[in-house]
Design a protein around this ligand. Structure first.
Ligand code: GLU
Length: 260
């Protein structure tokens, strides 16, 4: 199986912006093991801005664009240093790929990206992707890593995208406000009623919320790719997800011409 895992800032970093060592170590261990079991793994990792905030000792996430970009430039190094070190412990080699929305819209640049990606997979490396935040001002950015992960899954012809977040999945109502809200285990079709459940905001640390996750689901499922939203606090759930067990919310890829 070719699996894309997207991890959000709220899973990777504490509210201080400092690394959540336990979450990251567990994530790296499980992804290494999935690779050892013969799966191909790609990681879309947020956390550059959040970790830059911690490393620079800033009291809050910067509100202005150059501030965010500077924090991302610092935090991206910290992030890759951490992944390189931890995946290295399990003898896996990581590769960094930074993209903007603009890169993916130009056929020649997208092709270069895909060629690199497939060669990295052939070489047994584990690509780690993020938006190139230094370049990605609003006009040319993908903007959030849920959407980036969906586009990467399409380019990589993945079988499965897992979004690790700070929520369990998609609920029938906002679980923070409605005690009767129920987790939806399987979404077979993205109806207007399902899309309307994307109203709630995300966490204070990352960029995406439920709306960006539902739009990522639309991109993936239309290409025949299954997508799962689940809580990233226990990365070992990835084993069950890969086996198709009911964890979080699974959006079923539309089977047809795309994945025959
Ligand atoms: N590229 C941003 C970062 O690494 C994250 C964007 C997102 O969380 O959606 O901090």
């Amino acid at each position: 199986m070719r699996i894309v895992v997207k991890v959000g800032t709220s899973t990777l970093a504490h509210a201080t912006g400092r690394l959540n060592v336990r979450h990251v170590e567990e994530l790296v261990k499980v992804l290494s093991d999935l690779k050892n079991a013969g799966h191909e793994v790609l990681l879309v990792s947020s956390g550059a801005i959040g970790m830059g905030v911690g490393k620079l000792g800033l009291s809050a996430r910067p509100a202005d664009m150059p501030g965010k970009q500077a924090a991302a430039a610092v935090g991206q190094c910290e992030l890759m240093y951490t992944y390189d070190k931890l995946f290295g412990e399990y003898n896996h080699t990581v590769a960094q790929i930074l993209l903007t929305g603009d890169d993916l819209e130009h056929d020649d640049r997208r092709k270069n990206f895909e060629n690199t990606l497939f060669r990295l997979l052939e070489l047994g490396a584990l690509p780690i992707l993020n938006e190139n935040d230094t370049m990605a001002t609003a006009e040319i950015a993908v903007g959030d890593n849920d959407s980036l992960a969906a586009i990467v899954s399409t380019c990589a012809k993945a079988d499965l995208l897992v979004l690790l977040s700070d929520i369990e999945g998609l609920y029938t109502a906002d679980p923070r406000k409605d005690p009767n809200a129920k987790l939806i285990h399987t979404v077979e079709r993205l109806t207007p009623q399902i899309m309307a459940l994307g109203g709630g905001a995300g966490s204070s640390q990352g960029t995406g919320g439920m709306a960006t996750k539902l739009s990522a689901a639309a991109t993936c499922t239309s290409e025949g790719i299954d997508m799962v939203i689940t809580n990233g606090a226990k990365p070992s759930v990835l084993y069950d997800i890969v086996e198709g067990k009911p964890i979080g919310t699974r959006f079923l890829g539309i089977k047809g011409e795309h994945n025959t």
